[in-house]
Design a protein around this ligand. Sequence first.
Ligand SMILES: [Mn+2]
Length: 367
Amino acid sequence: MNNKSVENIKNIKNNLLKIRDKEFQFQFRKELKAMYILVKNAKNIVLISHQRPDGDTSGSAMALAHVLEKFGKTVTLFDTDPLPSEFHFTEKALEYTAVFEPLKYDLAICLDGGTYKMFGLHEEYPELFNQKTEKPKIIKKIPLINIDHHVSNEMYGDVNFVIGTVASTTIMVSKILRALQWEISAEMATCLQMGLYTDTGSLLHSNATAETFAESSFLLKKGSDLKAISKNIFQTKSLEKLKLWGRILSRISQNKEGVASSFVTHFDFQQTRANLDDLTGVVDYLNAVPESLYSILLTERKDGKVKGSMRTLRDDIDLTKISKTFDGGGHKKASGFAIKGKLKTDCEWRIENEEGYPENFRSVSIV
Ligand SMILES: [Mn+2]
């Protein structure tokens, strides 16, 4: 191979991200300008992650926290729930707070929330998300930037950065940082890579496109610590988690249509001492059943609801169609819903006699 063809290959590799970056800058030129001005004028910024935080919502918030602090801003990392322990290896993980002080902030940035209801703040502060309210509780309206990758995003921000086809919110943040020419440090790259990895199941899910790999490669070049990510998030599982997964996996069943399902009750959590965060990832295992159409895990929650999490590996299935009928949401291949109620056993066993008739077929006439 001569030098020229080596050069050509290098150019093709670099071009994918460059072309995408140009498209991004064009599509979001107004938003980028608005964000630049809002950040420039703000002193106190709150970064809001969604309830039951995952690697994507926290990774994108923490990456932004690093750069905003470098600019001399006071930054608050907010979440109603604590960050699960597998993310504690990141530098800012322990800075999260569940105290929201609206009067303090002059800019809010929401990360990875398809709906504003995911942040757990809308009942007390609906006006923050541009929702109508009778009595405004916040004296001044805090400008809100919404950064997300859910197709179903409700565009609740004053400035909205949303692309439904991008694999993670951290990729959106990465694009914004490059467009604004804000330096990405190694710590920031680790946070961004963390979201990319957790939202694509270590680049194994079909939402990982050539662009996702290019982004991941870019973040590796920026010094992201992939070893720490795989060790802490993917190769560490607590005893409680393994016991809970054991119960769920032992109950897998597949119906005639090819839907693999399992369930977990409130009692299981008590018995194994596991918590809700320990469920992360198990629904993908249910999909491992050969010929699986899609998988569903039903979880009984403390708040009197049953949550359904669904996954599919097939391109011809759109799970948002199912989740929408239950007022849920999500992506085509990973979707969910919540319904008020409890899990009850519905026994499908029956005894058949030698001719294949159910025994109770005859017993009906006896009674
Ligand atoms: Mn996400």
